[in-house]
Design a protein around this ligand. Sequence first.
Ligand SMILES: Nc1nc2c(c(=O)[nH]1)N[C@H]1C(S)=C(S)[C@@H](COP(=O)(O)O)O[C@H]1N2
Ligand SMILES: [Mo]
Length: 316
Amino acid sequence: MAVMIKVTDTIKSSEITPKDVYLNRRKFMQQTMAGSLLFASGAWLPAWAKQWPDLSVSTYSSHDKINSFKDITSYNNFYEFGTSKQDPARQAKSFNPRPWSIRVSGECDKTGDYDIDDFLKPVGLQEYIYRLRCVEGWSMVIPWVGFSLAEMLKGFQPNSKAKYVEFTTLLDKSHMPGQKRRVLHWPYVEGLRMDEALHPLPIMAVGLYGELLPNQNGAPIRLIVPWKYGFKSIKSIVKIRFTETQPETTWHMTNPREYGFYANVNPHVDHPRWSQKKERVIGESFWKPKRATQMFNGYAEQVAHLYTGMDLKKYF
Ligand SMILES: Nc1nc2c(c(=O)[nH]1)N[C@H]1C(S)=C(S)[C@@H](COP(=O)(O)O)O[C@H]1N2
Ligand SMILES: [Mo]
């Protein structure tokens, strides 16, 4: 499959994404930034008020057409802010993702609390254009700003007992109104096997379209695992824990028959209630034929070896 950019390519995001909206937004951002510089040197800006106009694009990025900023920020799954696709954009508006820290615990040497702003330094940030394939049967292509999950995790120095890593979303029903309803086991928890987590593809996203992550997309920091169904990509993370045993994850607890721990995108394994062979691309005409879902969401070459010898019908 030719979804990947060759490793030798180094392309500026402005060259790879000729989307009008993108360019317009960039122009707008530059103007706003120039505007704020008139007020002061910019030095008074809080550390998190950063935007990243010209990041290099990760070599793993998709070449497919990028979805509009509007699609990406108005069609969301974020049950902490309601269960309909339009709820998060409305209900997360007043959510304030600052101050924010991540508690790191379990099987590693560098346990402790880490402030989010320490991860927003432009150094090490890249643009990663990944297709998010939801288990519900739709997908969109999103230009994330983020950094390698593996690099972050290695910094916490996991020990030899660390076989899995678990991520937890904020639990705060006064600011996440969806948590007042018991539609899921709160807080939302996800996890990866350590070798999956240390693969170069997964990222921690802190932005999209060159700016800070909108609340509805999981501000201030969320996981993206591009070869797995969207529900693995947990939003608004406050805890990272290294464990010896496989973590109990929210969707698996809620409905173990329908949602497995692995959740690898796989057109050959149907969801118990629907086929996974195709997906509707958000933003495309309703009449356009659906897109064929790719094994591991197009990353088979990069990740299939992680599952050698495993029956993917059993470990779905
Ligand atoms: N905390 C939390 N993370 C979450 C979810 C959620 O409801 N709560 N939904 C998941 C699902 S099902 C999908 S498809 C993606 C959607 O991400 P997006 O809204 O940024 O496209 O987020 C995932 N992460
Ligand atoms: Mo999803």
